[in-house]
Ligand binder design. Structure first.
Ligand SMILES: NC(=O)c1ccc[n+]([C@@H]2O[C@H](COP(=O)([O-])OP(=O)(O)OC[C@H]3O[C@@H](n4cnc5c(N)ncnc54)[C@H](OP(=O)(O)O)[C@@H]3O)[C@@H](O)[C@H]2O)c1
Length: 267
């Protein structure tokens, strides 16, 4: 007998009517994921700290036929994370997916940086995941929802270069570790937790590499020289992986750091 997924493999990627919380929704990856989920019939709660930019993304979601909820907050505290969850539940009545796409970098050599600079990167990239996972995971365990978490790591979680990334590399290494621990902790509930680890992608975060900034140009060129596929990433390159990890297609995949890097980590 031919099973349903073999007869209709696209059904594995069905996210219709699923509800996602997306942090960093005003950002490049958050926006793209929210739009792609909407285009596939999903529902989205958009969260970020910039009201105007969030509204622009909300309008794009509406343009695709969605009716988003919005929360003008970053995941800076447990109260922020609870507020996002509460708003999603109030609007849609459920939450199925969590996408933590908020993040930050402050490149600089350690002798030039302050402890506060380092801590700000760790807070944005690690603490935010912890708050969101605690809020949404607690709800999922209580309600017996087999939820799906996608967080944003980076090839920097594995590679120390470039210099000037003490905070960022450490934060992404911690992200990888958090992904693995949460995945094993929640496996018994059927909740999957995975990270996407890109190389350099064009985004607001990397805009400094695409302008006149000399260090930025060097960093971009150095990265490009190590990518076998011969180009840097564009946000559309991440969407296939995001939908895979947020859909039933990935039900047997958890605790993984998925590199979308043009072969960077293979070399
Ligand atoms: N682009 C790349 O090359 C690349 C490569 C590897 C990994 N990543 C990772 O992918 C994720 C998304 O990056 P992106 O390229 O989409 O960046 P982006 O376009 O700059 O978006 C980042 C988002 O995070 C929010 N944010 C900024 N500073 C924050 C802070 N201090 N605390 C909490 N939220 C903050 C911003 O929203 P508000 O300012 O509105 O709050 C924005 O929506 C990040 O974790 C990043 O490290 C990116």
């Amino acid at each position: 007998m031919i099973s349903e997924p073999l007869r209709n493999p696209l059904s594995l990627f069905d996210v219709k009517d699923k509800v996602a919380i997306v942090t960093g929704a005003s950002g490049t990856f958050g926006r793209a994921t929210a739009l792609a989920l909407t285009a596939l019939g999903g529902k989205v709660l958009l969260a970020s700290g910039s009201e105007r930019e969030l509204e622009e993304v909300a309008n794009e979601v509406r343009e695709l036929g969605g009716s988003p909820a919005t929360v003008v907050r970053r995941p800076d505290s447990q109260a922020d994370a609870e507020a996002m969850l509460d708003s999603a539940l109030a609007t849609f009545g459920r939450v199925d997916q969590l996408v933590v796409a908020s993040g930050y970098n402050k490149p600089g050599f350690i002798h030039e940086l302050t402890y506060e600079d380092w801590q700000a990167v760790m807070d944005a990239n690690v603490r935010g995941i912890w708050f969101m996972a605690k809020a949404v995971g607690t709800y999922w365990i209580e309600k017996k929802v087999r939820g799906k978490v996608v967080v944003m790591s980076s090839v920097r979680g594995r590679h120390g270069n470039y210099s000037g990334y003490t905070g960022y590399c450490a934060s992404k290494g911690a992200t990888d570790s958090l992904t693995r621990v949460l995945a094993t902790e929640w496996a018994k509930y059927g909740i999957t937790v995975n990270a996407i680890a890109p190389t350099v992608f064009r985004s607001k975060l990397t805009a400094w590499m695409y302008g006149d900034n000399e260090l930025g140009q060097q960093t971009r060129a150095r990265s490009l020289s190590r990518i076998p596929l011969g180009r840097l990433g564009e946000v559309e390159d991440l969407i296939g992986m995001a939908i895979y990890l947020l859909s039933p297609a990935s039900d047997f995949c958890t605790g993984q750091v998925m590199y979308v890097d043009g072969g960077y980590t293979a070399g």
